[in-house]
Design a protein around this ligand. Structure first.
Ligand SMILES: CC(C)(COP(=O)(O)OP(=O)(O)OC[C@H]1O[C@@H](n2cnc3c(N)ncnc32)[C@H](O)[C@@H]1OP(=O)(O)O)[C@@H](O)C(=O)NCCC(=O)NCCS
Length: 233
């Protein structure tokens, strides 16, 4: 049996099953695939997606983009009960991809992607590799509100980087849940904006392996949310 076929068969076993109304399924997927798997799944991508992949000069980035889209298409196909190549991904004016019938969002960092899927409400997800060289206080000065900076400075220095990434991914996930429309709120006071009133939302940190931080955000969420994790590898 080919490597690609084995991979897809394995994915079927990894699927978390139908979504209950209060559930969010969060899948982690590795993006460094063997050529055979990329070739097998490449035809699932739309012409626009294939053109986007071709524009990426770096072969690693190109292959990771294609792998992320193929994973997304395979998952959406399972939830929508359609073949992956027939899933029509559309885009909100701010660029957020969507499909009728289920809410989803994707985030990638290095060789990993997270895909969050729910029927409950709009969702955003963000994942980041915790880079030990990023001057996180410089980023916080620009991107965090004064309350957020105060909260970060109250954390013991040895844990600040981890907490910074947790806060950052929560903000990014929220931005993505709203499709990028919460610019002023997210960028913080240093960019001259007031903290913006936003509709109800909930940010949930994700339990990921060491060196990774991630969060999902839900807009107008149900009172209880059941988060379930899956992995496509
Ligand atoms: C849209 C945005 C949020 C994506 O974030 P990112 O960290 O660059 O990238 P991620 O890997 O997390 O997400 C990319 C995916 O999000 C999705 N996406 C694209 N535009 C989106 C939008 N407007 N809203 C939600 N999701 C979006 C796509 O699926 C995309 O995957 P693709 O490139 O394979 O199509 C980013 O481009 C952006 O505008 N960031 C604003 C930065 C900022 O001000 N942050 C403040 C937080 S402190």
């Amino acid at each position: 049996m080919s490597t690609a076929l084995r991979q897809i068969q394995y994915w079927h076993a990894c699927w978390l099953g139908e979504l209950a109304p209060d559930e969010v399924h969060v899948y982690s997927t590795s993006l460094d695939w063997p050529d055979a798997s990329l070739a097998w799944t490449g035809s699932w991508l739309s012409d626009t997606e294939q053109a986007r992949a071709r524009q990426l000069v770096d072969p690693i980035k190109r292959n990771r983009f294609s792998a992320a889209r193929a994973s997304l298409r395979w998952l959406l196909a399972k939830y929508l009960d359609q073949p992956p190549q027939e899933v029509v991904i559309q885009y909100e004016p701010g660029g957020k991809p969507y499909v009728p019938g289920v809410h989803f969002n994707v985030s990638h960092s290095h060789d990993r992607a997270l895909i969050a899927i729910t029927r409950a409400c709009a969702v955003g997800v963000d994942v980041e590799f915790i880079d030990q060289h990023v001057p996180y206080w410089q980023v916080a000065e620009v991107a965090f509100t004064s309350q957020e900076r105060e909260a970060l400075s109250a954390i013991p220095v040895g844990r600040q980087r981890q907490v910074f990434y947790q806060m950052w991914t929560g903000k990014e996930a929220l931005l993505k849940a709203y499709g990028g429309k919460l610019d002023i709120y997210l960028k913080g006071e240093s960019s001259g904006g007031e903290v913006q009133e936003v509709p109800p939302y909930r940010i949930l940190p994700l339990s990921l392996e060491e060196c990774w931080a991630g969060a999902i955000a839900l807009t107008n969420p149900p009172s209880a949310v059941n988060l379930r994790y899956g992995a496509l590898v």
